[in-house]
Design a protein around this ligand. Structure first.
Ligand SMILES: *[C@@H]1O[C@H](CO)[C@@H](O)[C@H](O)[C@H]1NC(C)=O
Length: 316
């Protein structure tokens, strides 16, 4: 009896070890570099204080990294003779930003840790969380231990990043391909409670859509002409520097800025959840944190796969 218990215990411990060896953990840097996470937080706070929009930019970097072959820092790589940078993909070109902040974080963590032990992929995951917190949103324990890719794919980025013109079925399918469900789609779209968008991205909606509050369309047209002004900015919700429920309250009033925003409240299966989030910040925050962790778990490189880049823009 005792030996049988012993055997089961051993088997259990071994399985638990095998399971944790290659999965992410919030404690990954606790022993190897306890200064890493506070250092990241400090730089993100300063960057967001300097320019509030940076919070949304850093959140978006993690999202656009994870959707293209997993959260592996591939988005940060510049073009080489071997591959074209994901920065040039349709959903990224002239819109992804924050790379200088990532470079600054990388230099600082390598300095405080004494050597390059923190991956660029993990920096993106932590910076995304710290950005949300800096703008008054929820916090969560970021799972860590991702390693960095040695390659990138512009063509994959072109095919998998969701676009602002997608309707609900396209969005649901796009997220489903990443293992994310409708709840994840709505919660993560709530990231648009912070940040701005460019006229070229929402022009078609404010001039052509029928599911839009006419007063809101008129207001937006004032700074987004039919032609020209492509890079003119407008807030994604009325409080673009506060991680609140205004994004969802806006959708209920047909004041979503992007086609893909209003698609979440347009008579379809996600209407109910949008309504819930619009009235319940806690429900939104809880689900957002859960979905961020789920998104952060997309195909990480762990163990001996990949590398810890010294420069996030280049393979070692
Ligand atoms: C409105 O829709 C039409 C037809 O799809 C398109 O040709 C036109 O460019 C759109 N207008 C704007 C301002 O985007």
């Amino acid at each position: 009896m005792a030996s049988r218990t012993n055997f089961l215990l051993h088997a259990f411990v071994w399985l638990a070890l095998a399971a944790t060896a290659f999965s992410l953990s919030p404690k990954f840097y606790d022993k190897v570099c306890p200064q890493a996470l506070p250092a990241i937080k400090k730089i993100v706070q300063a960057a967001v204080h300097r320019e509030q929009r940076m919070g949304a930019s850093l959140l978006r970097l993690h999202f656009h990294d994870c959707f293209v072959n997993g959260c592996d820092g591939s988005l940060l790589l510049d073009s080489t003779s071997a591959f074209e940078s994901e920065k040039n993909a349709r959903g990224n070109l002239n819109s992804v930003r924050g790379f200088e902040v990532v470079d600054q974080i990388k230099a600082e963590v390598d300095k405080v840790c004494g050597r390059p032990v923190v991956s660029c992929a993990d920096i993106l995951a932590v910076a995304a969380r710290d950005s949300v917190v800096a703008l008054g949103g929820p916090s969560w324990k970021v799972l860590l231990g991702r390693r960095d890719s040695t390659t990138a794919s512009r063509s994959l980025a072109d095919s998998v990043l969701p676009s602002a013109s997608m309707d609900l079925p396209a969005l649901i399918n796009n997220f489903k391909n990443q293992g994310l469900n409708q709840r994840d789609l709505v919660a993560l779209s709530g990231g648009h409670t912070i940040g701005l968008s460019q006229c070229a991205i929402f022009r078609n909606r404010i001039y052509n859509a029928t599911n839009i509050d006419p007063a809101f369309a008129k207001e937006r047209r004032a700074t987004c002409p039919r032609t020209g002004g492509n890079t003119n900015l407008a807030p994604l919700d009325p409080t673009p520097a506060r991680f609140d429920t205004a994004y969802f309250k806006n959708l209920v009033k047909q004041r979503g800025l992007l086609t893909s925003d209003q698609a979440l409240f347009n008579g379809g299966s996600t209407d109910k959840l949008v309504k819930t989030y619009s009235m319940n910040a806690e429900a939104f925050w809880d689900d957002f944190a859960k979905s961020m962790i789920k998104m952060g778990n997309i195909k990480p490189l762990t163990g001996k796969k990949g590398q810890i880049r010294v420069n996030c823009r280049k393979v070692n």
